[in-house]
Design a protein around this ligand. Structure first.
Ligand code: TYM
Length: 390
């Protein structure tokens, strides 16, 4: 079974990426029937427009993180995406098969481009405008033949409301147009690139967090479209999620997914200094009440902390509830911080060693890229031949 997955080097590896992706990668690596590649997807990181120094640092940090977890062996090489040119080349081919509308509908694109909020506001204003028009119609019907001042005043009030809503709508349109020129085209094409990453390897399974499901689905769609137009070429991949931990939430805002882009207090990095790890976990927001109870609907913040406790102890939510029932939030967070540091202790130690030996990290990455090039060159040539390139 062929596995492919990757992480974008846009900052420190955090516990969300561990829970959603790396924990699965480690399990596949232990399974003798699986083989595959783990990629540092540096070209995807460019969509954030990082500084060259920052990008170089993040690429090496992510790769060292992979090695610290022991994520490399003969069956599972690691490599850097930009070291394997076929990824970019197939992206171009696939982009000619993807629809702009299809890409614009991707949730992550809408969120990152800042469209989601604006579009939601636009829907709200449009709905209110429609209600206002109905009110106007009713008023008009009621005022037929009558010239009461009351009706005239009401009429004026509704018309004024209409004008201010219209103005709001115009402002939202202006905002959308301004975004259009600022949002890089790379952000839109991002999932096509991800499809190329996956399809080049005849991938069966893509172990990822929930936020990537839609992207893997697009990879399937593009593979199907290519195959039906040019003949059987790409395998249809499927995503694999971790049950119960495929969407770790932010420590500061449990309605949002834990991510590097929200800011440092929102995530806890696997390799951050111990005092920072403790501080971040102790400052995590909690819900009202004091019971340690797993209930995402009424206690989203605490449920997320219980999920994290499960990730680093292997215990079920109900066991955790039972064990910490009456300790209170502060003591629970203290226990979580200690369990986190204990669970990642050996990986953190290994990472500190690797930081002193960047040549070793580069050596592994180069060896991995060679293996990846062997596979991908063949696949790319096959696809190019099928579409008629000479
Ligand atoms: P990225 O770098 O944002 O995240 C890396 C992996 O970690 C998972 N993840 C999470 N899982 C649970 N809870 C969270 N809070 C959380 N945050 C991140 C992500 O789902 C992902 O699996 N587009 C991808 C990288 C990519 C890729 C690929 C992945 C590029 N090409 C090909 C698989 C196959 C991304 O930006 O992931």
């Amino acid at each position: 079974m062929r596995i492919f997955s990757g992480i974008k080097p846009t900052g420190p590896l955090h516990v969300g990426s561990y829970a959603g992706a790396i924990s699965q990668w480690l399990a596949f690596q232990k399974d003798p029937a699986s083989e595959g590649f783990f990629c540092v997807v540096d070209l995807h990181a460019l969509t954030n427009n990082p500084s060259p120094e920052q990008l170089r640092r993040d690429i090496m940090e992510t790769a060292a993180g992979y090695l610290a977890f022991g994520l490399h062996d003969a069956r599972f090489p690691i490599f850097i995406q930009s070291h394997v040119p076929a990824h970019s080349e197939l992206t171009w081919v696939l982009s000619t098969l993807a629809g702009v509308g299809e890409l614009e509908r991707m949730t992550q694109f809408k969120d990152k481009a800042g469209y989601a909020e604006i579009l939601k506001a636009r829907d709200r204003v449009t709905q209110r405008l429609e209600q206002t028009i109905e009110e106007l119609d009713l008023l008009q019907a009621g005022s037929m033949g009558a010239h009461h001042r009351l009706v005239r005043d009401q009429h004026k009030e509704v018309i004024d409301g209409y004008r201010s809503l219209k103005e709001e709508l115009d402002n939202l349109h202006a905002l959308l147009t301004a975004r259009d020129s600022r949002v890089g085209a790379g952000l839109l094409n991002y999932p096509v690139f991800m499809a190329a990453d996956i399809l080049l390897y005849d991938t069966d399974v893509v172990p990822v967090g929930e936020d990537q499901l839609q992207h893997v689905e697009l990879a399937r769609t593009l593979a199907r479209r290519f195959n039906s137009r040019y003949g059987e070429t790409f395998k249809l991949p499927r995503a694999k999620l971790v049950k119960g931990a495929s969407r770790i939430m932010s420590l500061q805002d449990p309605k949002k997914k834990m991510s590097k882009s929200l800011g440092s207090a929102h995530y806890v990095g696997i390799f951050e200094p111990a005092d920072i790890v403790r501080k971040k976990i102790m400052s995590a927001v909690t819900d009202s009440g004091s019971d340690i109870k797993y209930d995402p609907a009424t206690k989203p913040a605490l449920s997320n902390l219980i999920t994290l406790m499960g990730v680093v102890t292997g215990k079920s939510a109900s066991n955790i509830e039972h064990e910490y029932a009456h300790v209170g939030y502060a003591a629970f967070k203290e226990k979580l911080a200690e369990a986190f540091l204990a669970f990642f202790e050996s990986v953190r130690r290994k990472k500190a060693e690797l930081d002193k030996d960047p040549h070793h990290v580069l050596f592994e990455l180069k060896a991995g890229a060679e293996k990846a090039r062997e596979i991908t060159n063949k696949k790319l040539r096959d696809a190019q031949y099928k579409i008629g390139l000479v």
